[in-house]
Design a protein around this ligand. Sequence first.
Ligand code: 5AD
Ligand code: SF4
Length: 445
Amino acid sequence: MHPERLAYIETFGCQMNERDSEIMAQLLAQEAYARTTDLKQADVVVVNTCSIRDKAEQKVYSLMGRVRMLKEEKPALVVAITGCVAQQEGKKLIDRMPFVDLVVGPQHIYELPDLVVKAAAGQRVAVEQSNAFVIPPFLPAMESGSTYRRFVTIMQGCNNFCTYCVVPFTRGREVSRSLDDILAEVNHLAKNGIKEVTLIGQNVNSYGLDHDQATRKTFPELLRAVATIDGITRLRFTTSNPKDLSQELMDCFADLPKLCGHFHLPVQSGSNNILKRMNRKYTIETYLDKVDGLRKARPDIALTTDIIVGFPGESEEDFEATMDLVETVRYHAAFSFKYSDRPHTKSADFPDKVAEEVKKERLARLQKRLQEIFDERNREYEGQDLEVMVESTGRNKENQWTGRASANHVVNFTGEGTFVQGQLVKVHIDHACSHSLRGRLIGVT
Ligand code: 5AD
Ligand code: SF4
């Protein structure tokens, strides 16, 4: 018999990458590579990379240092770099890092098993061209990933070209999967016990725009179709650009009870001047109209966002506009970042860069105020009854459970009984902590 071969996969970045890692794990499993969480045991190492910000890319290189040492001990080890840094740097990575065997762009992950065979035979290969991209229909196997919730890729790539963003260069132009393929995949997941599905794409609102106009389906139509699938009790999606958020999509929040009450709506800046230089194609006024529309459709919707501080040319006044915006919207959660130059992007060539010290100070100011707002928001849940999807038992304690609310908060709760992952229960919230809610079980739904 073949001795067990092991694959170690490390994932950086967004849900697209997480899903790609699951797919790669599945493809390698079909070639008899079991997944290991111990780097030292691995016969194949896959580093699935992100290059969205400078810091993300630096994390990749620091892991590669450890992989290099391992390869010195184990010359037969196959080392693959996949994901967005692979796409961005291509063959240069092979030239620069002699211990790397494979460089595989995000649109070539389905070739991984063949490439691993080539690498094991001594070849070093870089595939990162994106012109012949096809998304295979779906992968029927269920070997890897959660037993109750999954990501389903519905499209990838981005045509927006925000001036700071590397994604159009790493993930290429928008490509959508067919409605039938997506429904087949979700049906398959539902039959295998999956309860929650998150539809993912860099720009989900553009779903279908690359399909034939006569037959294409829009993103809201897709959502409605997925919501009819029996067994799926929760539906989420990410990410969308506010400029494309349509009334039809807002209506889904009013009409589809399975659609969770959470919308991630990246604003990036509160200043129209900066939004223009970012090429975001919306103004704060239209953004706020959409916030109102969403709250009309689903009054308890939780809004989250992404914010960049210190974009080139950002004045103190521009930054204050961002501070005002977070006061107006009162987000439930937000990711905020210091601007960093990325390869190929327009803003990397803008002349009026903001000093590192200023960026740092603004980020600290923003994050302090955001955290206060998140705490205030969390406290609003005290005394409310929330529907919670059970995720796991609390650590070391009997009758302690962890789950997630529709608005995506982690909820720790006490309750007697036996619950399974993916089950929906009702929890009375007694106490808000800064990153989670605490309560007690009051029933099953
Ligand atoms: N610098 C800082 N933050 C960035 N993001 C994207 N590109 C950059 C950049 N060059 C942030 C945006 C985006 C999130 C995923 O990462 O806020 O929404
Ligand atoms: Fe990172 Fe963007 Fe690539 Fe996702 S698509 S891995 S966030 S660079």
